[in-house]
Design a protein around this ligand. Structure first.
Ligand code: CMC
Length: 392
């Protein structure tokens, strides 16, 4: 009993206290463990950021070396996981494959189901997940292509290994382009955490029932899949392609986005929290320009993106509602330029967000938070009597 406040979409409801990520939507500030995202994107690496998010501090040299070694050591997955992969039709969306493979780890490591296991075991589970996620992600893509999977190469760094598993063919002497590897590393850093968003809240709420880390993260991947969340980067490119097919008339599509009778929204624009600009979008826009210039990419879809962005930023509808390009407007552009296919974009987001999910799960468990269980206000029928089927 007591007064229940309804806050659909949790627009004004805090679910927890957290010491991981600071975000100020009005001022466009994002910091992981106190460090500005701009500095991390410029100076750090994805694995170092992962360590920072999960363990709370930037690692000292020795600690970081052993963390990297551990992550590298666990990149291989059980051969039976390949059988699960092979059971998926090749047209399966890689996000569904990814969440299934992550959840399958509960079967290969059943100790992960024990909520009272030692910290060392919890930590090993965390390392395994960080190490195996790129293997799952790349294999989900290979499955889609109908190509043989490429096994992880432990001599390579995180991004080099991932790019090889994605793009190499079995007999190739593959070496990742350093421009591509560095753009990828930056993108992963920018996506690494974003406080209590839809997928992270999902991870925390599933984990609050003391379900395993793997099932909690698997649920997070599914939450991320939707077009209003991580699926937006895929939706952006699909939208740009549709505009191109339609003769490249971006003005017409801008009008469509403003039409309240039309459910269409300008994908990659607007954000629940950032109402002036998305600090990640600023960094990524520059990275996108750099990658396109260095790789000499000439793509009509990217010209449409520029036109649309310029027109929307001047349009009173978008200005009044404080709708700016978000991180996903540009991330899809970079992924496309570096050869990652559209349906893999959200998988890339998941790869980046993984350390955030793990850090948030770990914090929730360390704080012994209670099970997440929102209330409701019932608005259905009052009491009535059962009517036999013959009398209805
Ligand atoms: N195109 C056209 N109109 C929009 C858009 C858009 N992209 N976004 C918001 N609006 C309008 C909306 O119709 C509403 O207008 P009105 O006040 O006249 O009814 C007003 O702006 C406020 O929108 P809202 O839906 O109340 O805002 P929200 O905070 O609930 O939604 C959002 C945030 C991100 C879901 C939304 O802006 C959206 O759907 N954007 C497109 C999808 C997208 O790019 N998502 C990626 C988000 S960033 C990555 C991530 O965190 O996953």
């Amino acid at each position: 009993s007591g007064l229940i406040t309804i806050d659909q979409g949790f627009k004004n409801t805090g679910s927890t206290t957290s010491a991981i990520t600071f975000l100020d939507g009005e001022l466009g500030i994002l910091r992981y463990r106190g460090y500005p995202i701009e500095e991390l994107a410029e100076k750090s690496t994805f694995l170092e950021v992962a360590y920072l998010l999960i363990y709370g501090e930037l690692p000292k040299k020795d600690t970081f070396e052993s963390f990297k070694k551990d992550v590298t050591h666990h990149t291989l997955v059980h051969e039976d996981i390949k059988k699960i992969l092979e059971g998926f039709p090749s047209n399966a969306h890689p996000m569904g494959v990814l969440s299934s493979l992550v959840c399958s780890l509960t079967a290969f490591y059943p100790e992960s189901l024990d909520p009272n296991r030692s910290w060392d075991k919890v930590n090993l589970g965390i390392i395994r997940l960080i190490a195996k996620m790129p293997t799952f992600a790349a294999w989900a893509y290979k499955n889609e292509m109908g190509h043989p999977v490429i096994y992880p190469d432990n001599n390579l760094d995180y991004c080099g290994n991932f790019l090889k598993m994605m793009f190499a063919l079995p007999a190739d002497q593959y070496e990742a382009d350093p421009v591509v590897a560095s753009a990828l590393d930056k993108l992963l850093i920018l996506h690494a955490d974003h406080e209590q968003n839809c997928s992270t809240s999902t991870v925390r709420i599933v984990g609050s029932s003391q379900a395993s880390l793997y099932s909690s993260v698997s649920a997070g991947i599914n939450a991320l899949w939707g077009p209003l969340h991580g699926g937006a980067n895929q939706a952006v490119i699909e939208m740009l392609e549709a505009i191109k097919e339609d003769g490249g008339n971006s003005k017409k599509w801008l009008e469509k986005a403003k039409d309240k009778d039309d459910p269409f929204r300008l994908m990659g624009f607007g954000h629940r929290v950032y109402k002036n600009f998305d600090p990640r979008a600023k960094i990524i826009k520059k990275a996108a320009d750099d990658v396109l210039a260095k790789m000499g990419v000439n793509d009509p879809v990217l010209d449409i993106a520029k036109e649309l962005e310029e027109a929307a930023l001047k349009d009173p509808y978008f200005v009044e509602r404080k709708l700016y390009p978000n991180v996903d407007f540009y991330s899809g552009i970079i992924y496309r330029a570096i050869g990652i296919p559209t349906e893999m974009f959200t998988v890339m987001f998941a790869l980046g967000r993984l350390p955030g999910w793990i850090a948030q799960w770990k914090e929730m468990r360390a704080n012994s938070e209670p099970i997440g269980r929102p209330r409701q206000v019932y608005v259905g029928e009052v009491e009535r009597n059962y009517v036999p089927i013959s009398k209805r």
